[in-house]
Design a protein around this ligand. Sequence first.
Ligand code: AMP
Length: 184
Amino acid sequence: MRLLIFGPPGAGKGTQAQFISRRYSIPHISTGDIFRENIRNDTPLGQEAKRYSEAGELVPDAVTNAMVKERLSQPDTENGFLLDGYPRTQDQARALERVLPDGTSLDAVLNMIVPEHEILERLSKRGRSDDADDTILKRLRIYHETTEPIAEYYRDRGILHDIKGVGSIEDITQRIIRAIEQTA
Ligand code: AMP
């Protein structure tokens, strides 16, 4: 099962991805988590990513694409994976297509739908260093301008599933599972 969980910052992608990755025994690949881990360990990749992520901006495509390509070459992804936070630009979406060999393209894209006021409330409570007010607004703007349009590309291919991302965590997980089972 090759899955992508898609949606704005604060949509609950990370929380849901943990349940889904466990249920289907596929690795959860979060580009945000990989960047944060590299920043924590002060690796060259972390040093490069830090200034962008602190400012609420996207890390350049070339850096991000190379990192994901390397991660998807690991043997644990052979039976599938759950991508979280990638692709976020048209260039990344195209790079992902190139990385996935014929017949191994995404099975389903889970499009988390959460109203803007709820997102702002969640993010202001989360307290991550890139969750300061002006950074939140910048990340949301970049989401709407650059990332959100990619959903239509997946919708055109018939693999996009809109998931209502409000309510209890368990209810949202059930909606996601139902959408996945439709594709299986
Ligand atoms: P996230 O936890 O997914 O919100 O990611 C945190 C930060 O990591 C983002 O604000 C970006 O600076 C960076 N990042 C994560 N994923 C990507 C991506 N696909 N492309 C560019 N930058 C990313």
